[in-house]
Write a protein that binds this ligand. Structure first.
Ligand code: URA
Ligand code: SF4
Length: 265
């Protein structure tokens, strides 16, 4: 009964501008996760009208905020919903048979990490350790990746999201075939559409080629940012390559410094 009354009252007072103001407020509170892109066609006149309405509706806005303050934290609602959607993707990956790689796997390896991550790292395919444990980057190359994330970016594993272009370990850790990548790649785009990160870091040539749809050499793509409508892509070495060739550690570290600058700018 009481709830019905509230809805009716709110329905008669809230207009579209109030909703926009409210969204702007949430954006201010929670930052990048709620970025709403500026409408390029939005004229100065329209902005003025909105500012004018903003002043006029200040009283209503306070009333809305008063009601909203009684609701659960929107950040947590969104996080829980994203978590639920990622779990659904992971469940499908675990039983997937869309390419031949399922036959030799112990465990398929879904992405893992923060559903609200601003940065997503994408590797090639699970290795021995990952296949055993069903979790990405938990072996030697994962150790180096985590060192870079912690030491250079100052982040923890639970702050970022880590995933792969292919989710089942290829025999002898061979590079995944084109058909295997195309069978599996949609899971990555599903994960990215839930998380909506600002930056996607492609680790190594296979990940970079698959994400960017380019057939260039790693030496051409490494160290560069590529702007895409939904997110920016940055390409660096695969950490397994650097484990095998330690003389490239400094290059990898410098790439991570570029990533840090991207978030600071
Ligand atoms: N190498 C990858 O590309 N992905 C992993 O998850 C582990 C090692
Ligand atoms: Fe499915 Fe990907 Fe595993 Fe192939 S590699 S079986 S597409 S989850």
């Amino acid at each position: 009964m009481g709830d019905e009354k509230k809805t009716e009252k709110a329905g008669s007072q809230i207009n579209f501008d109030d909703v926009l103001n409210f969204i702007e407020f949430i954006e201010e509170c929670y930052g990048e996760q709620f970025i709403i892109k500026e409408d390029k066609n939005n004229t100065g006149e329209e902005k003025e009208r909105r500012n004018d309405n903003k002043n006029k509706s200040a009283g209503i806005f306070e009333k809305i905020m008063d009601e909203v303050s009684k609701l659960p934290d929107p950040y947590h609602i969104i996080r829980e919903e994203k978590q639920r959607m990622l779990k659904d993707i992971a469940e499908r990956i675990k039983v997937c048979k869309k390419c031949e790689l399922w036959k030799s796997r112990t465990n398929a390896v879904p992405g893992d990490g923060n559903p609200n991550a601003q940065i997503v790292f994408v590797g090639e395919a699970p290795g021995y350790e990952e296949d055993k444990r069903g979790k990405p980057f938990v072996g030697k190359s994962g150790k180096l990746l985590m060192k870079m994330i912690q030491d250079v970016l100052g982040l923890r594993r639970e702050d970022v999201f880590i995933t792969n272009i292919v989710r089942c370990r290829p025999p002898e850790n061979r590079t995944p075939e084109k058909e295997e990548v195309s069978a599996c790649l949609n899971y990555l785009f599903e994960e990215l559409s839930v998380i909506r990160p600002r930056l996607v870091v492609a680790l190594g040539a296979p990940a970079a080629k698959a994400i960017l749809g380019k057939d260039e050499k790693i030496s051409e793509m490494r160290g560069k940012f590529y702007t895409r409508p939904e997110f920016t892509v940055f390409v660096t070495f695969h950490p397994a390559f650097v484990v095998r060739n330690p003389s490239y550690t400094e290059t990898l570290e410098n790439d991570f410094k570029k990533i840090k600058e991207f978030f600071e700018s």
